[in-house]
Design a protein around this ligand. Structure first.
Ligand SMILES: Cc1cc2nc3c(=O)[nH]c(=O)nc-3n(C[C@H](O)[C@H](O)[C@H](O)COP(=O)(O)OP(=O)(O)OC[C@H]3O[C@@H](n4cnc5c(N)ncnc54)[C@H](O)[C@@H]3O)c2cc1C
Length: 374
């Protein structure tokens, strides 16, 4: 690798939460970014995302918090009700400053629009329906061939192309996602909660309600699906209602309103974690491409935004590229590993019923650790 110390041109493969956040962070620092996104129609599916205090802080540092909050629903607390009715409140700090909320919920499409409009306003070129076909490292950069027959040369290539990352398959072909045995089901309702309100069911599985806007909230429920069944759309509403059997309180009261299969988002949980470093040569992976986690801590998107912020910060420094990547890993590896391992641990407790730890203490400790500066 050359001894050049300035990063000038970055190719981002994948225009999801991580890739868009990185493009914003790089533009802020005067580094040229370019995005290729596989989808021809650039939209997102799914219901909503929980954004916790560490991520609110990261959005503030990316300069998009006010715009983001205009579309989000701020909330104070993350509450858990145990089967015996006992209530646990996870306290959240206002990490972006006293004038900002500690947590938010936001519809996925609203978050996508905030990120896309910021990227386009910054003048970042985005090509849709195109991806990296192959790449070759040269003395001075990475020569990339794209699927539309064009080529380009960059200082750095970032794989931000999600759980089933093509870039990861080229760089670390042995690292593959696996199914944990669980699924998560989601459905939108008219909002009737102020806070993220979770319920532990009789078998240890979790359901909850997350506010997304003045009008909307979503319900989620986790389930054990060892055979990873597939369902037709017209079966999904009934199947989600079945997963709520045994729950009491508000989630049970809402159950009968789950009637539209097209509105049910059913996702088997797929995880991946690149052991050791997430880079090779001039190529690095961030977000779900490096560490796709289960939703038990509500941090998948959050740690992806943090990755983007830290990578933009490191790439803006005047240092050899290897040193910037090493510094990135130093700031990200243990933090992301803790989220992934602990989320998967909670999933195992839910699936097996053998609980040799305190789920709520583990979540509380993790949130406290994530509140530490990155
Ligand atoms: C249903 C659901 C609910 C979730 N809820 C939460 C939540 O409440 N809180 C939370 O923090 N996290 C949540 N997550 C996790 C969160 O969505 C992910 O962690 C986050 O989206 C990761 O961002 P990413 O940009 O790394 O990947 P993605 O969002 O998957 O984006 C990857 C992008 O790359 C594109 N792409 C794929 N392959 C290629 C290719 N070969 N070339 C170019 N582009 C490509 C994709 O089209 C996509 O646009 C949820 C996930 C799911 C599935």
């Amino acid at each position: 690798m050359s001894t050049q110390t300035k990063t000038k041109r970055v190719l981002i493969v994948g225009g999801g939460i991580a890739g868009l956040s990185l493009a914003i962070g790089l533009s802020q620092r005067g580094i040229e970014a370019e995005i290729v996104e596989l989808k021809e129609e650039w939209t997102v599916y799914g219901v909503g995302i929980i954004i916790q205090s560490n991520v609110i802080r990261a959005m503030h540092q990316l300069g998009i918090l006010d715009k983001f909050l205009d579309q989000a629903y701020p909330f104070e607390n993350s509450i858990v009700y145990l089967p015996n009715g006992h209530k646990i409140v996870h306290p959240s700090a206002r990490l972006a400053g006293p004038e900002y909320p500690p947590n938010c919920g936001i519809a996925r499409i609203a978050l996508h629009k905030v990120l896309v409009s910021t990227v386009l306003a910054a003048g970042v070129p985005v090509r849709l329906g195109v991806t990296l076909a192959s790449y070759t490292e040269t003395e001075t950069g990475v020569l990339v061939s794209f699927t539309d027959g064009t080529t380009g040369e960059y200082d750095v290539v970032v794989g931000a192309d999600g759980t089933f990352s093509k870039v990861r398959s080229l760089v670390f072909p042995d690292v593959k996602p696996h199914f944990t045995g669980q699924a998560v089901w989601r459905y939108n309702f008219r909002r009737q909660v102020e806070d993220l309100t979770n319920y532990i069911g009789p078998k240890g599985l979790a359901a909850g309600l997350c506010p997304l806007s003045d009008e909307l909230m979503y319900m989620y429920v986790t389930s054990f699906e060892p055979d990873r069944p597939r369902y037709e759309e017209n079966e999904l509403a009934e199947q989600m209602r079945i997963r709520l059997d045994g729950f009491t309180g508000p989630v049970a009261a809402l159950k009968e309103q789950i009637t539209d299969g097209a509105g049910v988002v059913y996702r088997p949980m797929q995880v991946v974690f690149i052991p050791e470093k997430w880079h090779k040569g001039r190529v690095i992976l961030i977000g779900d491409a490096a560490h796709s986690t289960t939703p038990h801590m509500g941090q998948g998107a959050g740690i992806s935004v943090e990755d983007a912020l830290v990578l933009a910060d490191e790439l803006s420094k005047d240092a050899p590229l290897e040193a910037k990547f090493e510094q990135f890993m130093r700031r990200r590896y243990e933090r992301c590993k803790a989220v992934c391992e602990r989320s998967e641990q909670i999933g195992k407790w839910e699936m097996t019923g053998v609980v040799d730890g305190d789920r709520h203490a583990l979540v509380g400790r993790t949130l406290q650790e994530l509140a530490q500066p990155i």
